[in-house]
Design a protein around this ligand. Structure first.
Ligand code: NDP
Ligand code: 2IT
Length: 449
């Protein structure tokens, strides 16, 4: 394990998030490695941490003032042992190789857990959609796809959305792919309904995360009924997490964006959620406006001097981090414990730092790791690919039922693997081991390639 960490740190010393993601898996799979020397003998770990292919490209485009802008585009094709590369595209100024490698690495294990034949990948750009006009977003997406199209395909690599990439961007990306290839295929997921998308895909990550949480609670004699929930983010995942929490009669009280967060002690109800959806998806405004519309709400702007996030410092039962990586640090985790939160269910990818995870585990908080809890999004992406291949579409009920079954199956798989390898109840260890075994056994079957 130390050898692997040394190897990746020496090769790419600046890729901190990637080291973090690999370290977590390495610690979890130790009992598997001890029992199965074959994985060491065949250098499976060395192969697993090296992407099969990394594509980096220039994305030149012209802004509304007629000025040329140049962004960097990426696609990490991490692992195709069990299916075509699959994973989202992130458009955010923080995007770099290390962040996308961590996301692609996580995706490999997540996709293995879904029960569907999906390999792992991730991509994106340091393009910042904030403040850009509709036309600028379209031109950027077209420019991005005018290079990416030659590397992807419905049986090769199937991107989707992530931070900064939603239905609008998928539409522009698809349009350019279709034009360049002269081919209408399921090369992207998260498409609109009337041209190949799947019902429930927009809802899937948030709904899935709440389904996963309810499985964890049921297993521990608890339920979401009346539970006060802290939710971070206010984008795709956060919105549909709140929606499903309301279906379960829970009480979501917070939402956030990169400028600050709102705390609504009375609860975010359906009408307020509709306001948030229009605010974020149509007007593309800031969450601060929620507090202007609903004056009983407290808005707290981000304070860069603070070494903790006050959103996690309210009395509550459940926490659903649904914004970005490393948004719950050690101090935040301790605040959650002090505030009597009993479950943390990760809608975002790697939102809790290693120190934070240790604190949650040490204090008996149920912890649902992102690669299990947020797998509903990519699962319904997989179902979208199935429907595209069959050239038909399933009803809302059909897709939602399959999503529920998949989340229940992931939950069971995590618990069984954790139990088998001596960490009963530890979903993180269970998810890492179960995902690892599925992928590396396929790699062994396929030989050294
Ligand atoms: P969106 O772009 O729809 O929303 C992201 C939200 O998080 C926004 O409210 C955004 O605020 C906030 N946010 C983003 N970056 C930061 C940051 N650095 N600091 C503080 N707030 C931030 O993305 P999604 O909802 O799709 O994604 C949220 C998380 O869920 C990500 O970790 C993503 O990887 C993960 N995920 C997404 C899936 C999907 O299907 N979409 C599937 C599985 C996981 P602002 O607008 O101010 O930037
Ligand atoms: O992190 C993720 O799982 C996603 N952004 C969704 C990936 C997908 O292919 O639907």
């Amino acid at each position: 394990m130390q050898d692997i960490m040394e190897l990746i740190k020496n090769k790419d010393p600046e890729q901190r998030e990637f080291h973090q993601a690999v370290m977590e898996v390495m610690l979890s799979i130790k009992p598997v490695l001890d029992q199965n020397p074959i994985y060491r003998e065949t250098k499976i770990l060395e192969r697993l941490v090296e992407p099969e292919r990394v594509i980096m490209f220039r994305v030149p485009w012209v802004d509304d003032r007629g000025e040329v802008q140049v962004n960097r585009g990426f696609r990490i094709e991490m692992n195709s042992a069990i299916g075509p590369y699959k994973g989202g595209l992130r458009f955010h100024p923080s995007v770099n190789l290390g962040i996308l490698k961590f996301l692609a690495f996580e995706q490999v294990f997540k996709n293995a857990l879904t029960t569907l034949p999906l390999g792992g990948g991730k991509g994106g750009s340091d393009f910042d959609p904030k403040g850009k006009s509709e036309n600028e977003v379209m031109r950027f997406c077209h420019a991005f796809m005018s290079e990416l199209y030659r590397h992807i395909g419905p049986n090769t690599d199937v991107p989707a959305g992530d931070i900064g990439v939603g239905g609008r961007e998928i539409g522009y990306l698809f349009g350019m792919y279709k034009k360049l290839r002269n081919e209408f295929t399921g090369v992207l997921t998260g498409k609109s309904l009337n041209w190949g998308g799947s019902l429930i895909r927009p809802e899937a990550t948030g709904y899935g995360s709440v389904y996963f949480c309810s499985e964890m609670l049921a297993d521990n004699g608890k339920s979401l009924e009346g539970a006060v929930c802290l939710v971070s983010g206010s984008g795709n995942v956060a919105q549909y997490t709140v929606e499903k929490l309301l279906d379960f009669n829970a009480k979501p009280v917070t939402l956030s964006d990169s400028s600050g967060y709102i705390y609504d002690e009375e609860g975010i109800d359906r009408e307020k959620l509709e306001f948030v959806k229009t605010l974020k998806n149509v007007r593309r405004g800031r969450i601060k406006e929620y507090a202007e519309k609903y004056p009983q709400t407290v808005y707290t702007p981000v304070d860069p001097e603070l070494d903790y996030n006050p959103l996690w410092n309210h009395n509550a039962d459940c926490a659903f981090p649904s914004a970005t990586q490393n948004e719950i640090n050690g101090k935040d985790a301790q605040n959650l414990v002090n505030n009597k939160v009993w479950v943390v269910c990760e809608g975002a990818n790697m939102p809790t730092t290693p120190e934070g995870i240790d604190i949650l585990h040490d204090n008996g908080v149920l912890y649902g790791p992102g690669k299990a809890a947020n797998a509903g999004g990519v699962s319904v992406s997989g179902l979208e690919m199935t429907q595209n291949s069959m050239r038909l579409s399933w009803s809302r009920e059909e897709v939602d039922n399959r999503l529920k079954m998949i989340m229940a199956s992931i939950h069971k798989t995590c618990l069984e693997a954790a139990e088998q390898y001596g960490h009963p109840g530890n979903y993180m260890v269970g998810a890492n081991i179960a995902g690892f075994l599925k992928v590396v056994d396929a790699m062994l079957d396929q030989g050294v390639v």
